[in-house]
Design a protein around this ligand. Structure first.
Ligand code: C2E
Ligand code: CA
Ligand code: CA
Ligand code: CA
Length: 279
């Protein structure tokens, strides 16, 4: 451990206490938001690169706190995971996303699917599949319209469990995608073993496509590999026309990113879908 003078040590403890206190306040506020409102879901379109057609949505949780304003997911998702609140939060996102998708289907956008992120702790819940069944049933949308995004790290925690859960989800017709692909530890070997429908290339590789030859090579290799394994590929974090063109030229099917649209509240998404509809 680092050598700290007595004064520094006291300073360190004080700082730690302050941070713990703030974390506890944040946790309390998040609990209250789950009960009294403040949690919403936004949707980012997943778009076909060849023609700009919206084929799906990713549901992303949004929290607006009365005092703090908008709290970024990067601040409260880790806290929710540590405290177990993620199970309730994740279920809220699933329920909301399925309900709002049902409305979009009724409006005529009936080919649309929605992807929901599953946290590691949710994935470990023994009754996860039954809970998802219940929410799908209540919403009235077909199981095939739901996609679950799972990170490599979550999958690798308990491989046999992951394979079993993914298999059951896919038996129902739902799709399973690996999120943040390239940032974890899964090898080609695992890619072949896991029952998955697609993968999402992490935005860290997409960001510098145009300027970094290594990233460009990694991205085109992932696309080629995914196509060989007949997996759907989504590139995340596409912000520029140059990235869009590169991905399309290298055979990537789908993209998500600010270049096309940021995540939108349900009503704004509805308007965008009306403009995007062919014919
Ligand atoms: P993620 O699943 O990788 O989601 C993609 C993130 O990239 C989102 O951030 C999205 O807003 C952002 N993004 C989309 N397009 C672009 C772009 O062109 N450029 C840049 N720089 N960013 C872009 P967000 O909404 O802040 O979420 C961050 C992370 O928090 C997510 O990463 C996910 O890990 C977690 N998260 C968000 N919502 C949920 C949820 O409902 N459940 C769980 N378990 N995790 C969630
Ligand atoms: Ca995701
Ligand atoms: Ca991602
Ligand atoms: Ca991420």
């Amino acid at each position: 451990a680092k050598q700290l003078g007595p004064g520094k040590y006291r300073f360190f403890i004080a700082d730690m206490n302050r941070r713990n206190a703030e974390q506890q306040r944040l946790e309390q506020s998040l609990r209250r938001a789950l009960e009294n409102g403040g949690i919403e879901v936004h949707y980012q379109p997943k778009v076909r690169l060849v023609d700009g057609h919206i084929v799906g949505l990713e549901a992303l949780v949004r929290w607006t706190d009365a005092e703090r304003g908008v709290v970024p997911p990067g601040h409260f998702i880790p806290l929710a995971e540590r405290t177990g609140l993620i199970v309730q939060l994740g279920e809220r996102v699933l329920e909301t996303a399925l309900r709002q998708l049902a409305r979009l289907h009724h409006l005529g956008h009936d080919d649309l699917h929605v992807a929901v992120n599953l946290a590691a702790l949710q994935f470990q819940q023994p009754n996860l599949v039954e809970r998802i069944d219940g929410l799908i049933h209540a919403s009235g949308v077909p199981a095939a319209a739901l996609e679950l995004e799972i990170t490599e790290t979550t999958m690798m925690r308990d491989i046999d469990h992951a394979i079993a859960v993914m298999t059951r989800l896919r038996e129902r017709g739902s799709h399973v995608t690996i999120d943040d692909f390239g940032t974890g530890y899964s090898s080609l070997e695992y890619l072949k073993r896991f029952p998955i429908d697609g993968l999402k290339i992490d935005q860290s590789f997409v960001r510098d496509l145009a300027s970094d030859a290594n990233d460009a090579a990694i991205v085109s290799a992932i696309i080629a590999m995914a196509r060989t394994l007949q997996l759907e590929v989504v590139a995340e974090g596409v912000e520029t026309a140059a990235q869009w063109d590169y991905l399309r030229r290298h055979g990537c099917q789908l993209a998500q990113g600010y270049y096309f649209s940021k995540p939108l509240p349900a009503d704004e998404l509805e308007l965008l879908l009306q403009q995007n509809a062919p014919g």
